[in-house]
Design a binder for this molecule. Sequence first.
Ligand SMILES: *Cc1c(COP(=O)(O)O)cnc(C)c1O
Length: 389
Amino acid sequence: MPKTWKTKLIHPDAHAPEGFSSLAPATHRGSTVLFPNAAAVQDTWDQHAVGYTYGLYGTPTTLELAARICELENGYRTFITPGGQAAISLINFAFLKTGDHILVPESIYYPNRKFSVEVLERFGIEVSFYPPTIGAEISSLFRKNTHLVWCESPGSISMEVQDVPAIAAAAHKAGVLVVLDNTWSAGVYFDAFAHGVDVTMQALTKYVGGHSDILLGSITVRDDAAYQKIGLAHQLLGCAASPDDCTLALRGLKTLAVRLAAIEKSALVLAQWLSARPEIELVLHPALPSCPGHELFKRDFTGSTGVFSLVFQKNFTKEQVHAFVNNLALFKIGYSWAGVTSLAVAYDFGSRPDRPDYGARIVRLNIGLEETSDLQSDIEQSLRRMAQS
Ligand SMILES: *Cc1c(COP(=O)(O)O)cnc(C)c1O
């Protein structure tokens, strides 16, 4: 069939040479997926069962990242979402219905808490918050309609390490599903499924991405029943992730081990040094005995990462704590940790009865890949100026 140059723009006869082989995974973009014939057309999300049908359910790039995360977490299957928060909301939509009750730790990532209160309660789901260090005692909070318990270990900002195996054992006895936000451990330093968790999620935005330039999340399941529920919700909520971002996450995986090793070492040096400083009341780093749940960390984790918090002595005001953060030169101020740049954020727990009594004296640090001694000098100069202010 003859073609004009305009049609050739869409249906070219020219092609690049075949046979390219490289170390970089290809970025497969695509909404439309081509079928070989009319009868083969189907709109089914389970690409493992039916092959590729539509870009929303993943291209080879998305599904390669999913398979790689699944392999690292020792799961059954993984879904990739546009961000960690999307993974959280998707899990809730997949498993919950009106009349259910869920348990959420007081130390949960704040937008997860907010989703429970702002969205789940609006849909008639009962939400209770529990102390993160509750352990097996959680069984006393189960109701007839308790369907799911969230865990996050260590918790956001206040860093309590949870007794996940004890919570999981109690939950399973009551037929309750256990979901873990495993972002801090990068999915590699806490083997969630070996410790009884049913569903994990991670913000791949953090350590897997590793360079503060993408937003992605993952959900990993341990069995086919959860796979089917998450898969349907993933389709119906339309949680497509960008293949371009997946390529960056696949690149991030190649250096994850060396980045984590360097970050762990640096964070431990700084956390230990800070715990001896007179300005600091408490260092909340899971590998230090001053962190709630430290014994559980030693029992259950195989390594630590670079996010921990400092609680200043009671005599320091909020203004002084802000001055400490503002006077840091290498540490920048901003959310979304786990990149190569060190960050510091001051928080104010106010007088909330459900949070530890840290007031406005708590600062969370993200340790990046700068030289440890330079980071230490930076913190030291800022502490000195803080004491003088
Ligand atoms: C950042 C974060 C999330 C959310 O991830 P996004 O990709 O930013 O949506 C969820 N949980 C924890 C613990 C996080 O730190």
